[in-house]
Design a protein around this ligand. Structure first.
Ligand code: ISL
Ligand code: CA
Length: 534
């Protein structure tokens, strides 16, 4: 069986600070705002908060471009506010993990300012420079991954030009990273979510992208020659000295390669985020495509079969890079929004793997209907508009239809705490979803309570954490029915992923948790039931 670890038993809640709650009326969510709303998080029963970047940043990519790793972004507050937040989290018996974004920095980070200042600057080698454009690599956000600096040399950025990639082959760079990790660990944080961590090692021969992967270069970038050496070194020098959890964002990592990052014998990372489930509705070019329940379910069986008891999975359906789960995997029409939000909560909290809940999913928030490029904030969407629409490759109609499915901005709108909005007394940095009058934390109370009930059940039942997983009806087009079994205990979870009634072979006993009050034989639309079968 599995070795018991606190982070295997934990439920994690992600806070995107800019959009969580604004305490001072400047329109930007902040650390004091998180403190004010901590009981909302605690009330769900979650164990760990993952805080998206709270560091000083020019915000080209909303904080994923860090200017100073040891400074709190002034819009978020001060270091004192951070210390108070951490203390308030601990007082409530929760833990805090923060975002470690060290594949790249901001181009405004002092290291890069020095590095680009001249070819023989002592920090030149902190980044990846070349006197010619070495290859055809492209940025994940579009366009070439190489940009010329002031002296004509080219630097590598796998994301925006304002996010130059650090040179991990330089021992001093690694020491700097380990030091800043210790800085935060010594404050008492409980671990890191590591941004695109598999990208840190680069093949300095810089071969061109193979044609087959030109639209998915992440599968090249995640396969640098020394990624495992560096993660093992980081573990030995830093992580192994603390009782913390790590979760790597494994963008570009195949299922076959997953154990190399998380097998406990290897001492690299504790967990990773696998992308297969959230890529089920994406075509080869990243464009939205319809998905089917059987292909969605197959992701989890494949994952379960690929990982042995020395590898621990995560389970997530959303984060700040993904659309809202109700609109994507549920049904966001008024009739079924609440039921399908509860059904998705049931899935998230009964599956195998440490569950990650994204802020607002417990309110049943939905995507918005964007109709104008000026309504977006995300630089990726804005780049795509320039590249695809201005060049005539896509019509504006196609562009909006696709963005309304895939945009990262769906998840980044400020949280609607009340029908009036309730996020800020000022002007929000980014408009709230216009549907906040009906869809907000107050109207979503039943969904919130359902999350809390499920978190409590997971905490009470080791079978829901450590139990074996088996899909009972992999081909059923409407129903996701699976077993979680451990020793003498077993649960059957039955979820109707459709707006139609579904026939399915179910126990005669009453479910221990469900999202309909009364009994019925068949599953009703978006009905979710948990049965204790043993
Ligand atoms: O957003 C994505 C798909 O929905 C991904 O392509 C994303 O760019 C990739 O997962 C890396 O994401 C992380 O690093 C980026 C940052 O923009 C994302 O917000 C972050 O989660 C660069 O730091
Ligand atoms: Ca503020």
């Amino acid at each position: 069986g599995y070795i018991k670890r606190w982070w295997k038993e934990a439920v994690v809640y992600q806070v995107y600070p800019r959009s969580f709650y604004d305490s001072n009326g400047d329109g930007i969510g902040d650390l004091r705002g998180i403190i004010e709303k901590l009981d909302h998080i605690k009330g769900l029963g979650v164990d760990v908060i993952w805080l998206s970047p709270h560091f000083d940043s020019p915000n080209a990519d909303n904080g994923y471009d860090i200017r100073d790793y040891r400074k709190v972004g002034p819009e978020f507050g001060t270091m004192q506010d951070f210390d108070n937040l951490l203390a308030a989290i601990k007082t409530r018996g929760m833990k805090l993990i923060i975002d470690l974004v060290v594949n790249h920095t901001s181009d405004e980070h002092q290291w890069f300012v020095e590095s680009r200042s001249s070819r023989d600057d002592p920090k030149r080698d902190y980044y990846i420079w070349s006197d010619h454009k070495p290859n055809d690599w492209t940025s994940i956000f579009g366009g070439p991954a190489w940009t010329q600096g002031p002296d004509g040399d080219w630097y590598l950025h796998l994301f925006d030009p304002k996010q130059p990639d650090l040179n991990w082959d330089n021992r001093e760079v690694r020491e700097e990273v380990y030091d800043l990790m210790r800085f935060w660990l010594d404050k008492g944080i409980d671990g890191f979510r590591m941004d695109v961590i598999p990208f840190i090692s680069k093949d300095k021969a810089f071969p061109n992208l193979p044609e087959s992967l030109s639209a998915k270069p992440q599968y090249v970038y995640a396969n640098g020659p020394k990624v495992h050496d560096y993660l093992h070194e980081m573990n030995r020098e830093v992580l192994s000295h603390y009782n913390v959890m790590t979760v790597g964002e494994a963008f570009g990592v195949t299922l076959e390669d997953t154990p190399k990052l998380i097998d406990e014998h290897r001492q690299e990372l504790d967990m990773i985020f696998q992308f297969a489930a959230v890529e089920v509705d994406r075509g080869p070019d990243g464009r939205w495509k319809p998905w089917s329940l059987p292909e969605f379910k197959a992701v989890f069986t494949r994952q379960d079969q690929a990982l042995d008891h020395h590898c621990w999975p995560t389970f997530f359906l959303s984060n700040h890079d993904n659309p809202r789960i109700v609109s994507r995997f549920g049904d966001d029409t008024p009739q079924w929004r609440e039921k399908s939000a509860m059904l998705l909560a049931t899935l998230i909290l009964t599956m195998k793997g440490t569950p990650f809940i994204y802020q607002g999913d417990e309110m049943g928030l939905t995507n918005r209907n964007f109709t104008d490029i000026d309504q977006f904030n995300d630089l990726w969407t804005k780049n795509a508009w320039k590249e695809e629409v201005a060049s005539g490759r896509w019509t504006p109609e196609d562009f909006f239809a696709n963005q309304n499915k895939v945009s990262r901005d769906h998840a980044r709108m400020p949280l609607p705490w009340t029908a009036e909005g309730g996020f800020t007394t000022g002007k929000p940095w980014f408009a709230l979803n216009p549907n906040h009058e009906t869809i907000n934390a107050e109207s979503g109370r039943a969904i919130y309570d359902h999350y809390a009930r499920l978190v409590a059940l997971r905490h009470a039942e080791p079978a829901l954490v450590y139990g074996d997983y088996a899909d009972m009806a992999p081909d059923h087009p409407q129903v996701f029915a699976f077993n979680r079994a451990l020793g003498e205990t077993a649960f059957l979870i039955a979820l109707n992923f459709s707006g139609q009634p579904a026939a399915c072979d179910l126990p005669d006993t009453a479910p221990c948790v469900g999202n309909y009050m009364d009994a019925s034989k068949d599953l009703r639309p978006w009905e979710a039931r948990i049965y204790r079968t043993k």
